[in-house]
Ligand binder design. Structure first.
Ligand SMILES: C[S@@+](CC[C@H](N)C(=O)[O-])C[C@H]1O[C@@H](n2cnc3c(N)ncnc32)[C@H](O)[C@@H]1O
Length: 264
């Protein structure tokens, strides 16, 4: 495991028990709820009876929510703590899904199966250093006629100053990809701002063109690329929450979330 992966895994192992208690609707899920957001539910439609591979599933709430909607779901994440918790939630609720602990780049070595759908969402791409390899892995796990779907923070949501004192849009992170990752010091957690992690992270920026090109390069056909002027968390301190709980900039000037569907 390289030093970037090692540090990022330590971070995710550390924050998983925090997320179990705060910021994620574990209680609502246990009561029969769905943690998926309207964008992916509407755009993906009926998943009943479909085999679905969820990449970077964290502790499995969305994987299990797809299973509740009738998918035969498999979730993958490199955090042992996250996968242990996902398996515990599956047992406690009786919602069946398969969970695999693996770096997604290593997955082809341990999983030899093809799926109708490969899914991934919100907060996933910044942990990946090589999107061409990522897209090849997606293609490798899709059946012919199957599709890949992603709903994710738009790269524009990640380039501005998000320090607590920030009052306006001010670019502090380059939009374009750099093979050298950004090194972030330990900081307060997005799901529970009262929790300060002890471990920093390494992250990469991926512009929208690079994401689309990687999927096309792997042989997939882009069905759509949609952009939305809101994001599901308070990405900058001066954002305004709308009636649906999403966060917006005044006047909706920029795309802050995107979704892509691509078929094999
Ligand atoms: C922000 S979370 C995704 C949250 C997810 N959308 C959800 O709602 O539960 C990012 C996840 O990516 C995982 N991750 C990061 N790098 C990974 C890698 N190389 N392979 C597998 N999982 C990885 C982390 O462990 C973490 O669970």
């Amino acid at each position: 495991m390289d030093k970037y992966l090692k540090k990022n895994k330590k971070h995710w192992d550390e924050v998983t028990p925090v997320h179990e208690k705060s910021g994620y609707d574990v209680k609502g899920f246990k009561a029969g709820g769905c943690t998926l957001k309207p964008i992916e539910v509407e755009e993906m439609g009926n998943v009943k009876g479909k085999s679905l591979l969820h990449l970077q599933c964290h502790f499995g709430l969305d994987t299990l929510s797809w299973a509740r909607r009738g998918a035969k779901a498999t979730g993958v994440d490199f955090s042992d703590k996250a996968i242990e918790l996902a398996q515990k939630l599956s047992q406690e609720t009786g919602v069946k899904a398969n969970f695999i602990c693996s770096d997604i780049y290593e997955l082809p070595k341990i999983l030899n199966k093809k799926f109708d759908i490969v899914f991934t969402s919100y907060g996933v791409l910044c942990w990946l250093k090589d999107l061409n390899k990522w897209a090849e892995i997606i293609n490798r796990f899709l059946k012919p006629g199957g599709y890949f779907y992603i709903a994710e923070q738009h790269p524009f949501a990640n380039i501005f100053n998000n320090e607590p004192g920030a009052k306006k849009l001010e670019v502090t992170v380059p939009y374009f990809h750099n093979p050298e990752p950004l090194e972030w010091a330990p900081g307060n957690d997005y799901a529970d701002p009262t929790f300060a992690s002890t471990c920093g992270t390494y992250e990469w920026m991926h512009p929208i063109g690079e994401i689309v090109d990687a999927l096309i390069g792997a042989g997939l056909k882009i069905e759509f690329l949609h952009e939305f002027p809101f994001v599901c968390y308070k990405a900058m301190p001066f954002m305004i929450q709308d009636k649906d709980g999403n966060w917006r900039l005044k006047g909706d000037p920029l795309p802050l979330t995107f979704s892509i569907k691509a078929t094999k």
